[in-house]
Design a protein around this ligand. Structure first.
Ligand code: DQA
Length: 147
């Protein structure tokens, strides 16, 4: 089965509790269950992880390259300023793997600082603004691109 790392950045472990008006009321634990199900529907083994630690995500992106896993990533606030994460994400796509950037909200409809993504330029594509459905669409996009 094709492997996919679904990586989540800071504060996303607080889904369901954190600003439900922006991020919805579904918990992170439920996202983990849903993502595994969406993966199963497309024969993708989806490994869902979350950390508040920038270096951990950088290391997971290195792992994706070394184990040949495609990536779905919600870099959360790191989206807007982490050049280290951009450089690690670039290694994923330069190695021929797919990397889909995901956002639950639509950052372009929010504060100005959220309008910049340092990740988008090295991503295969970006999906934003569809709530947790953004992750479901990302799994679908990967499955379509790999078919
Ligand atoms: C987010 C948008 C970011 O601006 C924010 O810092 C997040 C979540 C989203 O999924 O909408 O933590 O990536």
């Amino acid at each position: 089965m094709t492997s996919v790392l679904l990586l989540n950045g800071p504060n996303l472990g607080r889904l369901g509790v954190r600003e439900p008006d922006v991020y919805g009321s579904t918990s992170y634990a439920e996202l983990v269950r849903l993502a595994a199900r969406w993966g199963d529907e497309h024969d993708l083994a989806v490994d869902v992880r979350q950390t508040d630690d920038e270096s951990e995500i950088v290391h997971w992106l290195h792992e994706a390259v070394d184990t040949r896993a495609h990536v779905i990533i919600n870099p959360a606030a790191f989206t807007h300023y982490s050049y280290a994460m951009r450089d690690a994400a670039a290694q994923v796509t330069k190695s021929g793997l797919l990397l889909v950037e995901v956002h639950i909200s639509n950052p372009h409809a929010r504060e100005t600082f959220r309008h910049t993504s340092v990740i988008s330029g090295v991503a295969t594509g970006t999906i934003a603004g569809f709530g947790l459905g953004s992750y479901r669409l990302a799994v679908q996009a990967l499955a379509d691109a790999l078919a």
